[in-house]
Design a protein around this ligand. Structure first.
Ligand code: KIV
Length: 279
């Protein structure tokens, strides 16, 4: 039977303790959030990946605080159980800690999120501490961090060399010390993700980080086969909704064109006495 209790940041810690894997997916609107929540997924990320899958941009860099507040609010209306994490978008937390607290606060207050996520390791320690001190739970994100795409030179696997791998371990430990309740590991070698998962007490959530993380996250549009601009190797498609939707819409167009839709059962009646007066 599905557990109906609200998933909380404490549930993240409990899951790591008991070895129960944490399930996470993104969502960006009310209808999808409702489906994801009803499916029993533990946590929903209102990811700034919405810049790519919702807005059609090539990266996440154009996403604004207004976008994040809007989508977070839409998602929150569809969710009862899952813990909602909202991404702090590019430049909403990098300038200074006051910005970070204010913007994280907006995602909680106006967007009804339960927690925020921000990208970066050791360089973000002070910011994480400031936001956590303001009583806002923070999820870290290291490895491939899409907001650093212009520094990283593309969507590439991170931590393959000794120094880079050691830096990711240090980043994870620094984030844990700073007070994050969990850490996303994106596009890192499986064995490195395993080492990090063993070294930190907070749960790791993998995306392209292999089998040994404490949980997994994917972009819901990838999982459902609704986004085909770019599909990373780590994605598994559990449905091909793009094909199903295209077929359904072709059927609709054909039925409208040849008069099969609408049928009588889709129409509304008017009283004969009213009608007589119109002729
Ligand atoms: O924005 C996003 O969807 C993310 C996940 C891919 C981790 O950050």
């Amino acid at each position: 039977m599905m557990n109906k209790d609200k998933f909380t940041t404490q549930s993240f810690f409990d899951a790591k303790q008991t070895g129960k894997k944490i399930t996470m997916l993104t969502a960006y609107d009310y209808s999808m959030a409702q489906i994801v929540d009803d499916s029993g997924i533990d946590s929903i990320l209102v990811g700034d990946s919405l810049g790519m899958v919702m807005q059609g941009n090539k990266s996440t860099l154009k996403v604004t605080m207004e976008d994040m507040v809007y989508h977070s609010r839409c998602v929150s209306r569809g969710v009862h159980r899952a813990l909602i994490v909202a991404d702090l978008p590019f430049l909403s937390y990098q300038v200074n800690s006051e910005d970070a607290i204010r913007n994280a606060g907006r995602l909680i207050q106006e967007g009804s999120a339960d927690a925020v996520k921000l990208e970066g390791g050791q360089r973000m320690v002070q910011t994480v501490q400031a936001v956590v001190n303001a009583q806002i739970p923070v999820m870290g994100h290291i490895g491939l961090t899409p907001q650093s795409i212009n520094i990283m030179g593309g969507f590439k696997v991170q931590g393959k060399e000794t120094a880079a791998a050691q830096k990711l371990i240090d980043d994870a430990m620094a984030l844990e010390q700073a007070g994050v309740f969990s850490i996303v590991l994106e596009a890192v070698p499986e064995k490195l993700a395993q080492i990090i998962t063993e070294r930190v007490k907070v749960p790791t959530i993998g995306i392209g980080a292999g089998r040994y993380c404490d949980g997994q996250i994917l972009v819901v549009n990838d999982v459902l086969g609704m986004y085909s601009d770019f599909t990373p190797k780590f994605v598994k498609k559990y449905a091909d909704l793009k094909t199903s939707i295209t077929k359904a819409l072709n059927n609709y167009a054909t039925e409208v064109q040849n008069g099969q839709f609408p049928e009588k059962k889709h129409t509304f009646k008017i009283d004969e006495t009213v009608l007589e007066k119109l002729y």
